[in-house]
Write a protein that binds this ligand. Structure first.
Ligand code: BZD
Length: 833
C-alpha cells in the first residue's frame, strides 16, 4: 500500500517541510540543538566526541533532505538506473567528505570554533567505515562519489558487516588482529526496518504445474533468513544529487518457524537460530586476492545478491513496464565475481516466479549485467564446490547446469571438431569435487567484461579468457582503466595543494574536470610557485612525521627522502623486494667511510598494510620489516641516513595523511600481476614521484606523465613466463647483492634467522615465483637514480609539478563516464536548484 499524503493536504506538509542550514549561524543552531536534544548533552559535558556526533547529525540532516529530493526526482523521471553490486565499500570517514561535498566546511569550521572546538579534532573522532580489504573496495567507494557528483541515478548495494576489516596491531614485530566493531552510534546509516526481504537457503526443488499446466520449478522447505536494509546517503560534490548506498543486514526471519519453537517452549534453540541468521552479515572476509571456498562466504554472497535483486525488481515492477524493457531501465555492474549469483537469481526470478520462457529471460539477463575483473592471479579466481552449492542453493545449481548445457551446445556447433575447448570453457570443472567456475558464469551472463587497466585487460583477452574471445568475439571484452576521486584524494587529503592549484587556475573547477590540471604546466618555471609547491610538500611530510612519532615513537627527519609503500601485504606486490633493498642500503652504509657517508641521501623507508590473517608468508614479511626497523633505527652509526618505519593499521584515513607526504612511492609488483593499482595514482596526484614496474596502471601513468618523470625498472610481463619456466628447471642464479642481504639475515642480524627462512627459501629454493632475484639489480640501481635525482631539488620539483599537471586522466569521473557510455548506456539526470 502506498502511504502518501493526499493532494489537498500537501500544502500544509510543504509549509513545514525540512530545510537545510545554509550558513554558519544556522549550522551552529543545528549543532547545539542536536547536542542538547538528540544526544541529551549540555554545554557542561560536551567533549570532542559529542561535538563530532552533533556536527555529523547536522550534516546528516542536510544529506537526507537532498537524498529525499534526489530519490523523488529519480523516481519521477524514471530513466535507466545503475546498480553497483560490491561486497566491499571501503568508505573511510564521512564527515569531512560531506562538509566538502556540500561546500560547508568553512561554515562548520567557524561554527565549531565559536563553540570552542577545533574542526580537525572533531573530524578525527570518526571511526573509519572499513567495509573492504583494499583496492577493490576503495574503488567502489570512489565510484559512488563520482556517480553522485556526475548526477547519475545510481545505487550501491552491499553488506552491512558488523565487523569491518580487522584492526592491525604490531606486537613484538608481529601482526595481531583486533575486531573492528564500528556500528555503535554510527550517524551515517538509516535503518529501514520496513524494507525487508526473506532469503531462502537449503531445501529442495519440486516441479509443479502452474495454472496453464506448464511445469515450473519451485524451491521448497528452505530455511529463511531476513535481510533488513540500511541506507547510507552519498553526496555528490557541488551538486544536489545525493545517491544511496543500501547495505543489507541479516536477521532471523520472524516467520512461523520461530513461533512454533517459541510455542513449544524451545526458547534456547529459537535464540540460537537468531544468532546463526545474524552470522551471515557479521564479518567481512579479510582475504584480498584469495578465495577459500567457505560456506558462510557463499551464504553472504547469495543473501546480498538475492536481497538486492528483489529490491531492484520490486522497483521495476512498480513502473508496470513489460519485462523486455528491463534492460532499458536497469544496468547492474558486478564488482568482481563475488556477485555472480545475481545472474542466476535473476534468471530464476524470471523463469520460476514471473513465468517467462528460458530464452526470453536469458536475453534480458545478459543485456542487464556487466562484469569487472580485478585480477589474473589464479588463487583469487572464485570456484565453488558443486556439493556445497547443491546443498545450499539447489535450484541455482540446476539453473547453472542448464546455462552450461545451452552454452556448450552452442560452442560445439561453433567448433564442431574441437573437443578440448568444451572442457576448457565448461562452467563445471571436472575435478573432485566438481567445481563451479564463477568467472565463466559472469562472462556468459554479461554483455560486457572489463579489466581495470590496459595491460590487465589485454592479458585477460590473451590468457585467462582467450577461449571466450574466440567464442563471443573481442567486442564483449573491453578495458576501463581505474581512477580515484580527486575530491577525497586531492581536495580533502591535501587542502593546501588544492588551494594553491585553485589559485593558479582561477577556481576549483579542476575538482570536477581533472583534465584542467594541464594548465598547471604553464607555471612549472615560476620560481615563486615552485617555492610554494615545495613548501606544501614539506608541511605534508611534517604532518606524516608527527603521525609516525605518535604511533611508533620514532623520530624521523622530514628533510629526508620519504620512500613509501602502503598497500595490502602480498608476495606479488613484493614488499619483500623493498625490505631486501632496505637491508642492502643498510649494509652499504655500514661499509662506508665517514667521507662517503656525507654523500648519502638520508632516507625514511615507510611501510604500511595488512596481511590476511591466514597468509603466513605475508605475516613473515611484516615481521621482517619490523625487525629490520628495530635494528636500523637504533644503530647510532647510521643515524638519520636511514630509518625504517612500519605504520600500524593502514586504512583510508591514514592514507589521506600518507599519500600527500611521499617523495617517492613504490608500485613494484611482478610484471603482469597487479590489475591496476590505484594508490600509484593517489601519490602522483599529490606531487610524489613513483618507482614501479611496467605493470597495471603504471604503464598508462607513464604514458600520460612522460617516462622522464617516473622510475621504471624490472622485467616485462612478456618475459615472466619464460623466467619462471627457467627457474623451474633449475636455471636460477641468486643475485650477488641479494645473496649478501640473505647472508645478513642468516647471520641473525635481524633476530632469529629461522623466523625468516621460509621467505628466503621461497626465492633461493622454491623457484622465486615473483622474480625478486631477477629484478633485484635493476631495483637497486634505479633507487640509486632516485637518490641522484632527489639531490637536484629544482629538477625534482619540475617533475613533480609536470606529473600532477598530466594526471587528468585518472579521475573516477572519467572512469564512470566510460562505464556509462560503453557498458551501462545511462545518462546523467539533469538537476536544477
Ligand atoms: O583491485 C584490486 C587489484 O589487486 C588492484 O590491482 C586494483 O587496482 C583494484 C581495483 O581495481 N583487487 C582487490 O583489491 N581485491 C580484493 O580486495 C579482493 C577481495 C576479496 C576477494 C578477492 C579479492
Amino acid at each position: 500500500v502506498e502511504a502518501s499524503i493526499p493532494e489537498p493536504l500537501r500544502e500544509a506538509w510543504r509549509k513545514y517541510s525540512a530545510h537545510e542550514f545554509t550558513n554558519k549561524d544556522e549550522f551552529e543552531r543545528e549543532l547545539v540543538r542536536h547536542i542538547e536534544t538528540t544526544l541529551a548533552r549540555s554545554l557542561y559535558n560536551c567533549d570532542d566526541l559529542a561535538a563530532y556526533s552533533g556536527t555529523a547529525l547536522a550534516f546528516r540532516d542536510r544529506l537526507i533532505i537532498e537524498w529525499n529530493r534526489t530519490q523523488q526526482r529519480q523516481t519521477f523521471t524514471d530513466q535507466k538506473r545503475v546498480y553497483y553490486l560490491s561486497l566491499e565499500f571501503l568508505m573511510g570517514r564521512a564527515l569531512d567528505n560531506a562538509m566538502l561535498n556540500v561546500g560547508m566546511k568553512d561554515a562548520a569550521r567557524e561554527g565549531l570554533q565559536d563553540l570552542g572546538f577545533r574542526i580537525e579534532d572533531v573530524i578525527g573522532q570518526e571511526h573509519d567505515a572499513a567495509l573492504g580489504n583494499g583496492g577493490l573496495g576503495r574503488l567502489a567507494a570512489c565510484f559512488l562519489d563520482s556517480l553522485a557528483t556526475l548526477n547519475y541515478p545510481a545505487w550501491g548495494y552491499g553488506l552491512r558487516y558488523r565487523y569491518g576489516i580487522f584492526k592491525q596491531e604490531i606486537v613484538n614485530g608481529y601482526q595481531m588482529e583486533v575486531p573492528d566493531y564500528w556500528l555503535d552510534n554510527n550517524p551515517w546509516e538509516f535503518p529501514r526496518h520496513d524494507i525487508t526481504v526473506d532469503i531462502q537457503f537449503y531445501g529442495h526443488v519440486k516441479k509443479k504445474q502452474d495454472e496453464n499446466g506448464k511445469l515450473v520449478a519451485s524451491w521448497v522447505e528452505a530455511e529463511v533468513v531476513q535481510a533488513v536494509a540500511y541506507d547510507v546517503p552519498i553526496p555528490g560534490y557541488g551538486t544536489k544529487t545525493t545517491n544511496n548506498l543500501r547495505l543489507w543486514s541479516s536477521k532471523a526471519s520472524s516467520g512461523e518457524f520461530d513461533f512454533q519453537k517459541f510455542n513449544a517452549g524451545d526458547y534456547e534453540s529459537a535464540v540460537a537460530d537468531q544468532q546463526s541468521a545474524e552470522t551471515i552479515s557479521a564479518v567481512l572476509y579479510p582475504n584480498d586476492n584469495l578465495e577459500r571456498g567457505k560456506e558462510l562466504r557463499l551464504k553472504q554472497q547469495y543473501f546480498w545478491c538475492a536481497a538486492s535483486l528483489y529490491d531492484i525488481v520490486r522497483r521495476f515492477k512498480k513502473t508496470k513496464r513489460a519485462w523486455s524493457e528491463f534492460p532499458d531501465q536497469v544496468a547492474i555492474q558486478l564488482n568482481d565475481t563475488h556477485p555472480t549469483l545475481a545472474i542466476i537469481e535473476m534468471q530464476r526470478i524470471l523463469i520460476d516466479i514471473e513465468g517467462l520462457e528460458w530464452d526470453e529471460a536469458w536475453t534480458i539477463v545478459t543485456k542487464t549485467f556487466g562484469y569487472t575483473n580485478h585480477t589474473v592471479l589464479p588463487e583469487a579466481l572464485e570456484k565453488w564446490s558443486v556439493p556445497l552449492m547443491q546443498n545450499l542453493l539447489p535450484r541455482h545449481l540446476q539453473i547453472i547446469y542448464d546455462i552450461n548445457l545451452y552454452f556448450l551446445q552452442a560452442v560445439e556447433k561453433q567448433f564442431p571438431n574441437d573437443r578440448e575447448i568444451l572442457s576448457r570453457v565448461s562452467i563445471i570443472e571436472e575435478s573432485h569435487p566438481k567445481m563451479v567456475r564463477m568467472a565463466y558464469i559472469a562472462i556468459i551472463g554479461s554483455h560486457k567484461v572489463n579489466g581495470v587497466a590496459e595491460l590487465h585487460s589485454d592479458l585477460l583477452k590473451s590468457t585467462l579468457f582467450k577461449d571466450f574471445v574466440d567464442i563471443y568475439g573481442v567486442d564483449r571484452f573491453t578495458n576501463v582503466t581505474n581512477g580515484v576521486t580527486p575530491r577525497r584524494w586531492l581536495h580533502q587529503a591535501n587542502p593546501a595543494l588544492s588551494s594553491l592549484i585553485a589559485e593558479k587556475l582561477g577556481g576549483h573547477e579542476f575538482l570536477t574536470d581533472l583534465t584542467l590540471l594541464d594548465k598547471l604546466e604553464a607555471f612549472v618555471d615560476d620560481k615563486d610557485f615552485r617555492r610554494q609547491w615545495a613548501h606544501i610538500k614539506s608541511d605534508n611530510k611534517l604532518r606524516l612525521a608527527r603521525l609516525i612519532k605518535d604511533t611508533t615513537g620514532y623520530t624521523v627527519n622530514p628533510e629526508s627522502l620519504f620512500d613509501i609503500q602502503v598497500k595490502r601485504i602480498h608476495e606479488y606486490k613484493r614488499q619483500q623486494l623493498n625490505i631486501f633493498g632496505v637491508i642492502h642500503r643498510y649494509l652499504k652504509i655500514k661499509g662506508m667511510s665517514a667521507e662517503e657517508r656525507k654523500k648519502v641521501v638520508p632516507r625514511v623507508s615507510i611501510f604500511g598494510g595488512k596481511a590476511a590473517p591466514g597468509y603466513w608468508m605475508a605475516k613473515t614479511i611484516i615481521h621482517l620489516i619490523n625487525k629490520v626497523a628495530a635494528v636500523v633505527n637504533n644503530d647510532s652509526d647510521v643515524g638519520d641516513l636511514l630509518k625504517v618505519i612500519f605504520i600500524e593499521d593502514y586504512n583510508v584515513s591514514k592514507a589521506e595523511i600518507i599519500c600527500p607526504a611521499s617523495d617517492i612511492s613504490e608500485h613494484i609488483s611482478t610484471a603482469g600481476t597487479e590489475g591496476s593499482g590505484t594508490s600509484n595514482m593517489k601519490f602522483v596526484l599529490n606531487g610524489g614521484l613513483i618507482i614501479g614496474t611496467c605493470d597495471g596502471a603504471n604503464i598508462e601513468i607513464t604514458r600520460e606523465i612522460g617516462d622522464q618523470n617516473i622510475f621504471l625498472f624490472g622485467n616485462l610481463a612478456e618475459d615472466v613466463e619464460d623466467l619462471r619456466h627457467r627457474h623451474f628447471y633449475g636455471d636460477f642464479q641468486l643475485d650477488p647483492a641479494l645473496e649478501k642481504v640473505f647472508k645478513a639475515i642468516k647471520d641473525n642480524m635481524f633476530g632469529d634467522a629461522g623466523d625468516f627462512s621460509a621467505l628466503t627459501a621461497s626465492i633461493e629454493e622454491h623457484g622465486d615465483y615473483y622474480l625478486v632475484s631477477d629484478d633485484f639489480h635493476s631495483y637497486v640501481t634505479t633507487h640509486e637514480m632516485v637518490d641522484e635525482a632527489f639531490l637536484n631539488k629544482e629538477e625534482w620539483l619540475a617533475k613533480s609539478i609536470t606529473s600532477v599537471a598530466r594526471m587528468g586522466f585518472f579521475s573516477t569521473d572519467r572512469v564512470i563516464n566510460e562505464y556509462a557510455d560503453s557498458i551501462w548506456n545511462v545518462e546523467p539526470l539533469a538537476v536544477k536548484d
